[in-house]
Design a protein around this ligand. Structure first.
Ligand SMILES: [Zn+2]
Ligand SMILES: [Zn+2]
Length: 372
């Protein structure tokens, strides 16, 4: 039996690089060779035992790769060797939820999220893609792996916070937490036409990045409660839309306190335990507020749209990829990412270490370009 290298979840605080069987596709499935992938905050939740996943599963849900093998029924749509990404969420396109337009809930609650959750994920040399017809998205020729590696999850999720919040031209928006998803929500607020975008975080470096990507005001929570300042910046009313991108009681509560009556709290964070709405910020339940939650939109059409935004230079997220590792060095990469050391935002992982060298050369050239 053919084998491959993969990073396997072995229980709380334990991941290991192992040789495991290489997948083969059945009808309607594809196998892609992973060229680049990355670590997500959700993976940290899993490894820390805060989100339950079965030991023995290969983690990772942000795949960039080339088509290695196609199951029956796909030959006319795709070809071997074609470069593709696959969304972190892989809807089937056929079930009750998909046909009712909530693709991320495919098959039932959070059901669209399969990679590294209910089936093997992308931290491997090869990845089996279910419902390939609905999920393989060809990468435009001009785009590098790192230019699109945030599309499967981070960009899609962050942008969806702005979309679900139904931001209108001229809206005031606050984005709570400026990690990779919060930063992409900031980008989303800019794309949706917000006038005032307030980035909130406790990390000065991340706030500086927020300003680069579209925030025109930033508040450091180390300087005190951000909510009175948000009210002051919005004529005492509060923002039209607040996006929560961390998944903690405190940020949820601040986001609720920050919106005006009739405003929208668009929540992206992954919460543990219970979330409580404070009575006053909830206007006793009579504030005409909307609270919406969103799981990363996936599927190939979503991926195509996100990649066209990159292709046509409406969005450039390459500055969020701050570190690069061979997949073999996952322990070191995970340690750095999970402790947010060294200004890390996202790490690119390369199953083939020779691609790591190639990407370093490209980055060096890019850095020279930036100074021109
Ligand atoms: Zn993720
Ligand atoms: Zn479905």
């Amino acid at each position: 039996m053919a084998t491959m290298k993969a990073v396997v979840f072995r229980g709380k605080d334990r991941i290991a690089v192992e040789e495991v069987p290489k997948p083969t596709p059945r009808a309607g499935e594809a196998v892609i060779r992973i060229t680049t992938t990355t670590i997500c905050g959700t993976d940290v939740h899993i490894v820390r035992g805060e989100y339950p996943v079965k030991p023995g599963l290969i983690l990772g849900h942000e795949p960039v790769g080339t088509i290695e093998a196609l199951g029956a029924g796909l030959d006319e749509l795709y070809s071997i060797g074609q470069r593709v990404i696959v969304g972190a969420i892989t809807p089937c396109g056929q079930c009750f939820y998909c046909l009712n337009g909530v693709h991320s809930q495919c098959g039932g609650g959070i059901g669209g999220w399969r990679f590294g959750n209910t089936i093997n994920g992308a931290w491997a040399e090869y990845l089996l893609v279910p419902d390939a017809r609905a999920n393989l998205a060809p990468i435009p020729e001009t785009l590098s792996d790192e230019a699109v590696v945030l599309c499967p999850d981070i960009f899609s999720t962050g942008l969806s916070g702005a979309e679900s919040g139904n931001i209108r031209v001229g809206d005031a928006v606050a984005v709570f937490a400026q990690g990779p998803i919060g930063l992409c929500a900031t980008v989303g607020a800019r794309l949706k036409g917000a006038s005032l975008i307030i980035g909130v975080d406790s990390n000065a470096q991340r706030l500086a990045m927020a300003r680069r990507l579209g925030a025109n005001a930033t508040l450091n929570t180390k300087d005190g409660d951000p909510v009175p300042e948000i009210k002051r910046l919005t004529d005492g009313r509060g923002v039209d839309v607040a996006i929560e991108a961390l998944g903690r009681q405190e940020t949820f509560e601040n986001a609720l306190r920050a919106i005006r009556p009739g405003g929208t709290l668009s929540s992206l964070g992954v919460y543990s335990g219970k979330v409580v709405a404070p009575y006053e910020a909830f206007y006793a339940g009579l504030g005409d507020q909307k609270i919406v939650t969103t799981l990363c939109p996936g599927g190939k059409e979503r991926m195509r749209r996100l990649m066209t935004m990159v292709e046509h230079r409406r969005v450039d997220l390459t500055s969020l990829v701050t570190h690069r590792f061979a997949l073999d060095d996952i322990q070191e990469a995970f340690d750095l990412f999970s402790h947010q050391r060294d200004g890390v935002l996202k790490v690119a992982l390369y199953p083939d270490a020779s691609h790591l060298e190639a990407s370093r050369e490209t980055v060096a050239v890019g850095a020279v370009d930036d100074q021109c």
